[in-house]
Design a protein around this ligand. Sequence first.
Ligand code: DGT
Ligand code: CA
Length: 580
Amino acid sequence: MKNSEIADLFTRMGSLLEIRGDNVFKVKAYFKAADQIRTLAEDIEQIRSEERLGDIPGVGKTLQEKIGEWLDTGRLAAYDKLVEEVPETLLDVMSVPSVGPKKAKLFFDKLAVKSLKDLTAAAKSGELEDLPGVQKKTVEKILAGIQTVESGQDRMLLNEAFWNARFVINALKDINGVRQIDYCGSLRRGRETVRDIDILVDAKDAQSVMDAFVKLHIVKSINAHGETKSSIMTKRNVQIDLRVVDQAAYGAALMYFTGSKNFNIKLRQIAIQQKRKINEYGVFDVSVKKEKCLASRTEKECFKALDLPYIPPELREDIGMAEIFEGDAVHSVPKLVELKDIRGEIHVHSQYSDGKNTVAEMAERAEELGYEYLAVSDHSQALKVARGVSVEDLRSKREEIDEINQGYQDLGESFRVLCGSEVEIDSDGNLDYDDDILRGLDIVVAAIHTGLTQSRQQLTNRLIRACQNPHTNFIAHPFGIHRGKREPYDIDFEEVCRAAVDNNVCLEINSFPHRLDLESEKVYFARKLGVKFVINTDAHSTEHMDYMPLGVGVARRGWLTKHDVVNTFPLRKLLKHIQK
Ligand code: DGT
Ligand code: CA
C-alpha cells in the first residue's frame, strides 16, 4: 500500500507551503487530506482504479490529480518545484520545538539557515539573538529542541519499526523455500524506540530471498547485498538488516540477535561457569575433548541447555536482570501480562473533544477488539487547543452514553461504555471540573498538558496533589513524553509513586507510539513500590486503538503480570478497585 507514502508527501507539501507563507486554507487542505489518506483502511491504488478518490473526505479535484500523477510517475512536479524554492531540510528546522514555520522562514530569509546544522551554528554564534522576537531564552530552548529532534531521528518509533518489519516479512515469507522468518533485536524486545531492524531468515535458497529483499519498493539504497547478509536503507531512512541462518542453528541465532548485548554477555558468563559455550551457532559442552553441541534448533532448547527457564524477549534487558540470575531462576521469571488479558481501556477520545470518531464508533471498535468495556475520556474544559469539553457538553455526552448502554442492555450484551474525562491538572495541582461534576464521572484520568516548564518541585507537587484529589482514579502519561518533540519532564518519581499508592491512584502506561510513557524502567521501579497500572492507547481515532500491543510490551518489559494491570480486570472488579 502506498497510502502512507502519499500521506507523508502531502504533509511535507503542506509544511513547506506553510513555511513559504501560503494561504492557510491551502496548507490545511494538504494536512487534512494527509490525515484522511493515512488512516484509510483500503489501498489507495485500488480506490483510484475504481475512480473513488473523490469519496475520500477533503480530497478534491486538484489533490486527486496529484495523487494520480504520483502513482503514475513516482514524482510530483509541484513538489519538485516547491523544494527548489523552499529546501526540504527546512522541515527539520521547523520541527524543532519553539521554532515552527514562521521562525524557520525568518531564519532562512535572514541567515540562510537551511538545516539543523545551520541552525545549531546560528544559535551558538549569537546570530539568532540579533533577529526580532528572539531572546536569549528562546535560543536556549532552540538548542535543547535540536537535541530532542536529533535523538528522535536517531531512533524510530516502535510502531514504525513494527510496520517496516511486518512489511518485509510479509513480502518474503511466501518465497519458495522460506522455512522461518522473524524480526529480532530491540524490536522483538519491545523497546520504546528502535535504531535499526534486524530480521533473520531460514531458507532453502537464500540468494533468491536476498535478491527479493533488495528489490522491495521501499528501498532507497542498498548498503550490502551478500550471500548471508544484506542491508538496506528505506525511503523513510530506516535501516533493515536481513541475515540468513542455518535451519539447525535458527534458535541460537534468534537468541543471539535478539540481544540485548548485555543479556548475551550475561549468558556467556553463565555458560563459562558451566564449562559450556554459547554463541550464535548453539550451546556447546566444552568440558569434553571434542566439543559437543547441546542445543541450537530452538530458543527453548538453548535456554534449557544452560539450565535456565525460557526468558521472554522483553525481559532480556538490564531491567531486573539480577532478579533472574541471582535468585532461583526457575521461580523468578513471572507470568507476564499478555494482550489477550486486556479487557478494555479507559482513555480514548471522541468527537466531544479532539477525537476523529463518535463515541458509538469508538465503542464499536472496542467491541471488535474483544473488549468488555471502554471509557471515553475526552479532554476537560480548560484545554481549549484540544477542544476541551464544557460542563454542558459533558451532560450531553453522559446522556448519549446512557442511551448507547441502554441499547447494549436491550440486546442482552454485556459491553459497556463509561463516561470518563482526561481532566487537566492546573499549575497548582487542582482539577479542571468542580467536585460535583467530577463525582458524576465514571472515570477520572488526571493529566498535565500545560505549564511543563515548571520546576521539578512544582511539577512533583502538582502530580501529588492530583493523586490526593478524592476523585482522581488514574494519572495519564506521568512524564509528559512526546518523542521527537518533548523529553520527559523532571519529577521526583518516587514521591509520585508513593502518593499514587497512598491514594489508590493507578499510573497509566500510554501506548501511543509518540508517548510510550511510562518507560519500562519506570514501570519496574513503580511496581516495586506497589503501584498499580492501566494500559491505554489514548486513541484519537478508532485506528489508534490498535496501539495496545505497544503498551503491553512496555508493561512486560517492566515485569508486570495481569494482577498489576487493572484493565485486565472485569468491569465490576475494576470499578470496585478504583473506589476510594
Ligand atoms: P537498536 O540500537 O535499537 O538497534 O538495538 P539492538 O538491540 O537491536 O542492537 P543491534 O541492532 O546493534 O544488534 C542486534 C542484536 O545483536 C543485539 O541486541 C545483540 C546482538 N549483538 C550485536 N552486537 C553485539 C556484540 O557486540 N556482542 C554481543 N554479545 N551481541 C551483539
Ligand atoms: Ca537493531
